[in-house]
Design a protein around this ligand. Structure first.
Ligand SMILES: [Zn+2]
Length: 243
């Protein structure tokens, strides 16, 4: 009996009974590198890692910033060299041209410099099944917005397509814009569902700012509200490379 109690005690100690509580993926687009690095202090405080999707030329300065974020445990993803809308571009110039001009220049420099890339975020969230198929040749995870799986009159916690319970080897995520004047209660209800169902829930924003500003940016206090609630729910807050 004594040994049984000891065994149970050890199992609890080592988290054998720990229930997984879902994963929150916070993602940020474009190239607000200084602000992203500045926010690292906040992420660290909550043991949180994010994914940063970089658009534009990756020069030495950009590379150094990406390395710094990666060294801090965050994931780096790509967001196209010229931020070109993929389906429109493909229609005009073809798939090979998009991959050659928008993807490979960024991907090659990252590969050469040991920046691990597994994810791509669609510029303007514009995609179709053909573009998914093409991108999955170079990426494991794709992110678009949630418009295709969530109508405006439905709250996020009811949008089933935003909750991914079993992440596939090649997975498309529908992200929710947790930026600007998002409703904290709506976001919290969705996080609660993700925690209960052990699902991955993806949010996206662009810059991280002192005060709430443009609709696609998130302010520090809003980010902290999300991180605090995720901790309360004991959610994992991780970059896409960790999925
Ligand atoms: Zn963008």
């Amino acid at each position: 009996m004594k040994y049984l109690l000891l065994l149970v005690f050890l199992m609890v100690q080592f988290g054998v009974f720990a229930v997984p509580n879902g994963t929150l993926c916070l993602t940020f687009d474009d190239r607000f590198l200084d602000q992203w690095i500045k926010a690292d202090e906040i992420f660290k405080k909550y043991d949180a890692r994010a994914t940063f999707f970089i658009s534009g030329k990756i020069d030495d300065q950009t590379l150094a910033a990406l390395k710094r974020l990666q060294d801090g445990g965050h994931s780096i993803g790509l967001h196209a060299l010229n931020h070109a809308k993929m389906p429109g571009y493909v229609k005009k110039h073809g798939m090979t041209a998009y991959t050659g001009n928008e993807i490979m220049p960024q991907l090659e420099i990252c590969r050469k410099n040991a920046i691990t890339i597994r994810a791509f975020a669609y510029p303007y969230s514009q995609r179709d099944p053909d573009t998914d198929r093409e991108l999955f040749k170079n990426f494991d995870f794709l992110r678009t917005n949630c418009n295709a799986v969530k109508s405006a009159d439905v709250t996020l916690d009811k949008a089933d397509g935003c909750f991914v319970r079993n992440v596939q080897k090649k997975q498309l995520f529908y992200g929710f814009p947790a930026s600007g004047n998002f409703k904290l209660n709506e976001v919290k209800a969705a996080m609660k569902r993700a925690a209960e169902e052990n699902a991955v829930l993806v949010f996206y924003a662009h810059n991280i700012t002192e005060k709430p500003g443009k609709s696609h940016h998130i302010a520090y206090f809003q980010l902290i509200q999300i991180l605090e609630y995720a901790k309360e729910l004991q959610m994992r807050i991780s970059g896409m490379n960790e999925l």
